[in-house]
Design a protein around this ligand. Structure first.
Ligand SMILES: [Zn+2]
Length: 515
């Protein structure tokens, strides 16, 4: 596929020249959108409600539902119609951590930075036990430690040396780097390791099951996991199961690297460490389904055709899901508000979707696409599939939008080129044929609907906030957010009003085990 594109590119560019020239952009509308978004912005207020008032939005938890109801009301209040929380599932049980403390009580007293893994069982009140280092990487290791771990807090991995941070957590893409994205990427021949790693993965899963059962049988107090990160930042996600029929397990606590290191180095000297942890976790299995938040701005003469914009609403549990992904959700909600407040007519219906279940595998967006547009496993499409011009997604943190990934779609290049021009002063000018992965636009791309993610400056995302306890309001950059909402609103406006639907790639082949 890609080599064909490389050959055809010069031809396409020639063919695209008149197309680019033909792509009309309504500059008065662009100005209206810009003014509404830069001078009357509500985007940071939305972020604060989602993060400060509601907080972590793990799919299935009552907090996520309450935050979802608030977002639905906000959309209605700001002019969206047909707003609903559309159910999908089954997802599994919800989970919250309601109380947590972790304190070393001897040889000296100090509290530690730590978090229960999502879906971990709780401690049922404060539990005190000795900390031990017990690597359980094989059945022979289990045999060696059998009968010695009752009531203990078990560490299984050694500490790691933490290099000093010489690099900034945030950076702005240079124009040179952005231009380099335009270069075609070599087609990778597939990674031979994948075959091997599948067998490895199965073996690792089997060992993990045996180890989990061994820990239950031993009656340990719980497991202490080494938390990736430093300087108090802990990257943490799930350690338990959302399956209501999951087998028994022990509390699993993710500990900041510095505090894990202090305990490990102390016991390595033969000095006992006594640790008290109190983790009150609650599971919710009344309703195993989850929801997506949907709302619309009805179109006019082309109202049966749709332009979608969206972001995932769910987050992990240790921060407040600020940059991942209250930032994207707020940008999309604000874009809806801007379009409505601008009073600009839109020919196609504009539909927002805020997904849950993204962190567990794009579950909410996949369910929605399968329900409304088609099944990637069979490529059986509904009539609606042909009426969606595009889906625009934001899920790369708080950083300013600097461009867009065309996701292998050559036809949109010249069009996006024109759409970006009114925002060149905001730093928006890059486009690349490359794909970007790992988020909800893939659910649309998989059934042949153009799905796009934007190129964003890497602002403390991979380095600090992505799935960490530092993912909080303070890490969200207001100026970037306002620009992002303006650019998204403008792209959606242009897609809603151009004469034609956006060009499409070749329809994907059925993929039984898509994703
Ligand atoms: Zn995300």
């Amino acid at each position: 596929m890609r080599s064909v594109i490389r050959l055809a590119l010069p031809l396409l560019l020639v063919a695209a020249l008149p197309l680019a020239a033909q792509e009309k952009v309504n500059s008065a509308a662009m100005d209206k959108i810009r003014n509404e978004g830069l001078y009357k912005s509500q985007v940071m207020d939305v972020v604060s409600y989602l993060t400060d008032v509601y907080g972590a939005r793990l799919t299935g938890s009552p907090t996520t539902k309450a935050a979802g109801q608030w977002a639905a009301e906000w959309l209605t209040k700001n002019g969206a119609q047909n707003v609903k929380m559309e159910s999908w599932g089954p997802f599994g049980r919800g989970w919250t951590n309601d109380r947590f403390s972790a304190n070393v009580i001897s040889p000296t007293r100090y509290s530690i930075i730590a978090y229960p893994g999502a879906w971990s069982v709780g401690t049922n009140g404060p539990v005190t036990g000795d900390v031990v280092m017990a690597p359980l990487d094989s059945e022979s290791d289990m045999a060696k430690f059998k009968g010695t771990l009752r009531g203990k807090w078990v560490m299984m991995t050694p500490t790691q040396d933490l290099p000093a941070n010489f690099n900034a957590f945030a950076s702005r893409y240079t124009d040179g780097f952005l231009d380099s994205l335009a270069a075609p990427v070599p087609v990778s021949q597939g990674n031979p390791a994948t075959l091997f790693s599948t067998a490895n993965r199965v073996a690792a899963q089997m060992l993990a099951l045996k180890r989990s059962q061994f820990l239950v049988n031993e009656g340990v107090a719980g497991v202490l996991q080494y938390g990736r990160g430093d300087e108090g930042t802990v990257f943490a996600a799930s350690t338990g199961s959302r399956d209501p029929n999951a087998s028994a397990s022990v509390p699993t606590i993710i500990v900041a690297s510095e505090h894990y290191g202090r305990m490990a180095r102390t016991i390595a000297k033969g000095i006992p460490v006594k640790l008290e942890i109190d983790a009150k976790n609650t599971f919710y299995d009344q309703d195993l389904n989850s929801f997506n938040i949907i709302g619309e701005l009805p179109g006019t003469d082309k109202k049966d055709e749709v332009v979608m914009l969206g972001a995932h609403f769910d987050s992990w549990q240790t921060g407040t899901g600020a940059t991942d992904n209250a930032a994207g959700s707020a940008v999309m909600m604000e874009a809806m508000r801007i379009l409505k407040a601008s009073g600009l007519p839109m020919r196609r219906t504009v539909r927002i979707a805020l997904w849950t279940g993204e962190e567990q595998g794009l579950l909410g967006s996949r369910a929605y696409v399968k329900e409304h547009f088609g099944d990637p496993a069979t490529m059986q499409s509904t009539t609606q599939q042909s009426k969606v011009s595009a889906y625009f997604n934001v899920d790369n943190g708080t950083g300013a939008i600097r461009g867009i990934y065309q996701q292998g779609n050559a036809g949109v290049g010249p069009i996006f080129e024109q759409w970006m021009q009114p925002f060149a002063d905001l730093g928006m000018h890059a486009k690349t044929m490359r794909n970007t992965t790992g988020t909800d636009h893939l659910s649309f791309d998989a059934v042949g609907i153009p799905g796009f993610q934007f190129i964003q400056d890497p602002i403390e995302y991979g380095t600090r906030t992505h799935h960490s306890n530092q993912d909080v309001y303070e890490r969200v950059q207001a100026n970037d957010m306002m620009k992002n909402a303006v650019i998204v609103a403008a792209f959606v406006y242009n897609a809603a009003n151009r004469d034609e639907l956006l060009p499409r790639k070749e329809l994907p082949k059925p993929r039984p085990a898509a994703f």
